[in-house]
Design a protein around this ligand. Structure first.
Ligand code: ADP
Length: 193
């Protein structure tokens, strides 16, 4: 079975595109949601996070997000450390999940692929492309956030052109071509293997 990664910058429309594939019957795993789930429910990961970040990382059995966010915010080293625990757990979970699916191909959606090296686990990569200004506008509207907050998140991400150049397929979500048609065409290609 083919393992396909779906990525794109914040506001590019990758969640929307993932939903379209899902409607076509493709099993979809959202890496962010999976990582959040594992941080709460994977006993080994919980133990590792508590050991590295202290008991305060969990409160009443739940992940203490504000605490962790405050620790990794503006501290690249701590963020890397957290990622070095969460990424392998998420990759292991995704691989086990993919192995259980009965489908011609599965899709894993994530904002981060090339940055973590998890693209190596995939057979093919799809990039969802939209220009910076449009992504900014869409993300501001979706998150009800101001320009500065979204720009701060966007500027931390890998350069969009670099990201797209490393993908096998590009879905343009800039209003110039039908996204649905592109998804349908790509689905046919991926089903054919
Ligand atoms: P991402 O997951 O890449 O951050 P989303 O899929 O959440 O992006 O899209 C960002 C926002 O823009 C969402 O509110 C989504 O509904 C909207 N959006 C995405 N693509 C389009 C489009 N082609 N037309 C209109 N709205 C769109």
């Amino acid at each position: 079975m083919l393992k396909v990664g779906l990525t794109g910058g914040i506001g590019s429309g990758k969640s929307l595109v993932a939903e379209m594939f899902s409607l076509l019957g493709v099993p979809v795993l959202h890496a962010d949601d999976t990582a959040k789930y594992l941080m709460e429910h994977d006993a080994q990961l919980r133990q590792d996070i508590s050991r590295v970040f202290g008991e305060e990382a969990y409160q009443n059995g739940r992940l203490n997000r504000p605490f962790l966010a405050s620790v990794v915010f503006r501290n690249e080293e701590k963020l890397q450390l957290l990622n070095s625990l969460v990424h392998p757990a998420t990759i292991a979970y995704s691989n086990a999940w993919a192995g259980k699916q009965q489908a011609p191909y599965v899709l894993k959606e994530a904002a981060i692929f090339f940055e973590s090296g998890s693209n190596k686990e995939m057979d093919k990569m799809i990039g969802v492309y939209a220009p910076y200004a449009l992504r900014l506008q869409r993300a501001m509207q979706r998150d009800k956030a101001d320009e500065q907050a979204i720009k701060a998140r966007m500027d931390k991400q890998m350069d969009e052109d670099e990201k797209m150049s490393r993908c096998d397929y590009i879905i343009r979500n800039d209003g110039t071509v039908s996204v649905i048609e592109q998804v349908l065409a790509l689905d046919r290609v991926l089903r054919a293997g």
